[in-house]
Design a protein around this ligand. Sequence first.
Ligand code: BGC
Length: 741
Amino acid sequence: MIRQILFSAIFGAATLTEAAATPLYLNDDADIEARVEDALNRMTLEEKVGLLHAQSKFSSRGVSRLGIPEVWCTDGPHGIRAEVKWDEWDQAGWTNDSCVAFPALTCLAATWNPDMAMAYGQAIGEEARYRKKTVLLGPGVNMYRSPLCGRNFEYMGEDPYLASVMVVPYVQGVQSNGVAACVKHYALNNQEDWRDAVNVVVDDRTLHEIYLPAFKAAVCDGGAWAIMGGYNLYNNEHCCHNQVLLNDILKHDWGFDGVVISDWAGVHDTREAAHKGIDMEFGTWTDGLKNGKKNAYDDYYMADPYIRFLRTGELSHKELDDKARRVLRLIMRTEMNRKRPYGSFSSPEHYAAARRIGDEGIVLLQNKGNLLPIDRNKASRILVVGENAVKMMTVGGGSSSLKVQREITPLEGIMAACPGCAVDFERGYVGDTGGEYNGVVSGQNLNETRTASQLIADAVAKAKGADYVIFFGGLNKADHQDAEGSDRLGMALPYHQDDVIEALAKANPNFIVVNISGNGVEMPWINKVPAVLQGWYVGSEAGEALADVIFGDVNPSGRLPMTFYATLNQCSAHSVGQFPGVWRDNEKIQDCNYAEGLLTGYRWIDAKKLKPLFPFGHGLSYTTFSYSKPKVNSGSMTADGSVEITVDVTNTGSREGAEVVQLYLADVKSSVPRPVKELKGFRKVHLNPGQTATVTFKVTEDMLRFYDDKAGEWRSEPGKFEAHIGSSSTDIKGKTDFNLL
Ligand code: BGC
């Protein structure tokens, strides 16, 4: 009613009876498209342009005259970023914006469980909604092309199928709150160094088969309402105004009706922006801002310069209307949807979701002699070593940095999980003592005065008397580690951690290494360390989830979503010498030629018959599983038919556990080169001791296709296909085959 009265005041309506005729765009029972058109028809040119660019670091204008609200964005993708000042990156200093940090997306992908992605999306969406955000800047689904990419921890691994299956429920969960997911960074944004200058050269098949499927799934199956253009270039055009990626593929072929949001400062030209697919511009440093002028957002490429071109007729109103229409649609779906829930923040349910996802994502890489889990009754003295046992990992790493209500460190988690144990700590090495990002401080004092050799000697001395030694190391969120804006300098563990690990392995046979990272690392000591866990970045509940697995309260069921290479040269991008790329003569553009083509990750490992450190899909359990021989229900299928592959999986151990049954398909003979095999299905099955589950995969023709770059379409070829059933990409338990007629 208040709105109606205001509306009538603005439009001079004389009586309340007239005011009661609610404008269509305010009536959220009506069809969204009709509401969008109604609103658009009432707007001036300036109001339309006003929708298309930032007014502050994270918000854009609505149309106050018409009661159309602003759009508020937030990072993403692991928790809701602290409020920042209107025009600066520094946190605003609110006292009610401390969030729950969910596990990093690599950990989510490692669950191989779409239910976990739904739980994640719902929970983070509720946090975003509570904080009154319109758009969550996430999830990220750039493919893991090199273990050196600083931002891999924000993505979902190396395989397009796995990332596609996992991204859809995340998007749906977020959007069930009336908050838009903004899938990023579209596309080919697979390295951080010189990210504004890298021009990716990639063939069409590789683009469509490897780098686009997860984005396509997010849009076509997940119904994402927003997508973020990457910083890099493709086809010599920046991804934020890119004819092929945005207009031809995203909006035309995939029918995307949402909003393309620029990455912050990703727009470089007004005319290009008008023509080539971007709808909203955020974060660009204009001259006005460089000169110190505050609130120079009207100088953005898609602000006053756009208005000038529209007035002179150089740019068309048709393009403008299309962009404004998309932003209005976004607003109707979110801010003007009065039926959306209210959200909740830092709730017990969100902590529980974070812990569950962490529990399921942690990967047991190696467990010789069944050293893990630790039996509380036999462990009176535990020595914990390593900076990552005590360092908060939610602060730092770039835009995904968070201000959390709490973060349980691994050391705290171990101590809480084993109250009867004497738990001691030794630093072991000094890595990154920083703990500040945009004014958010961890508050930890990690200063250390001992020398490197003294730190090792002190750790070894204590290790000798301990029942178990647990080392928490890996990477962190500092530059050149797992962080936005810079890539890693190599694949080895930094800060001489290998020396610490070697020394501890000699000192105590009951030695466990927990690698905290979003990337694979070299493990030259792998044969000397009995037990190794991949601990990712688990967020608020890190210590609790890690302790759950270490003490066996949770049976690990995570599987690697990327290959862990033994050496960097096993990674195809590096093997072909194409990372990070080569500067052109003008030194403004760096071409990165994806010469490895389709053969990324395990596809390269298969083709070259390499032995990785740990293969894609690998992960152990505290129980064991046996597989029957896979069967196919028919030797052939027609293009509109299907076959069913079945396999029985039995828990042959003495405790409950979950196995991830993986289906890889191989085209035996093809007119084009195809990977040896590709993941096309997986199922996580929970089994009690002795229990058997029959897992059935339905194979349809679309799963057998490749992208025909000459015809510009997906197609399959008749002939023989093999179905490989495995518990990783190299541990194939059995095969069967069928013909496509
Ligand atoms: C990042 C985006 C992020 C944006 C806003 C950019 O630097 O690449 O992922 O959402 O900043 O913080």
